[in-house]
Design a protein around this ligand. Sequence first.
Ligand code: ZN
Length: 314
Amino acid sequence: MATSQVGGLHHVTSVAGDPARNYRFFTEVLGLRLVKRTVNFDDVATYHLYYGNETGEPGTALTFFPFEDSAAGEVGAGQVTTTAFHVPADSLDYWVDRFDEHDIAFDAPDVRFDETVLAFRDPDGLEYELVATDRPTPIAPWSEVVPEEHAIRGFHGVALGVTDVAATAGLLERMGYERTGETEGRVRYEAAGDHAVVVDLVEMETQGRPGTGTVHHVAFRVPDDDAQLAWQQRLREAGFRVTDQKDRQYFRSIYFRERNGVLFEFATEGPGFDRDESVDALGESLQLPPWLEEDREAIEARLPPLDLDAEAPR
Ligand code: ZN
């Protein structure tokens, strides 16, 4: 793959409500691993929780800013409307049973572009899909909770709500995505990488509103700082207002809004979540980047209590 192309998704970040409820859903029901427990570096009174496979590889990382009392948003144009996970082709019967057991509402499985899709919502109302597919993927699942043969193998892709399909399509093509299909108000694009390659553009009329139960931004993976810097320049030349590089401790990031208003991030593949705790211990304790470590006591005092070992109420 040429370095001028974007490999696929890196992570998806959303706004949630109660952090403990969020934790229980994504670890106990979906069977993802909590790979990092830190704070929002731009708002240290809020957690930033990262879920993924064993190491939270780029293309598996689903992350949340849980605000206990923030207002509910509304899903619509200018946002990621659905986040889709890759599951093995024959695993939906397992997931339907699992959702029944956990009282999770879901839609009847539906076929889209020859893959079967099981749509469901998280406790904050965010929309997800399990896409049963025999696409090859190098991603190994976290199989401590859901058996390996059915477990989530990172992202399949995302759907973006757009009012002007052509505007975002042009950017995706510039990023190396190719148009691979079209069906009922949905145009599919796929990146040249080997996982988490799908971006669907879904035409919508109503603009979304940020808040709890909506996606905050979507991050695409670039190999390293050099590739990121080249992108920053290319995007600025194309008229996008791209931020300076920000150190997110586990990766480095640039951000900009694409023409339909979706907040895009380009994030480096590394250094990864094991830079401040061992792979075995990922997610077990609150990690702060060096520049916040001296304020740890004050930061911990302001964060809501989050006892991840507590028995889940059923
Ligand atoms: Zn991000």
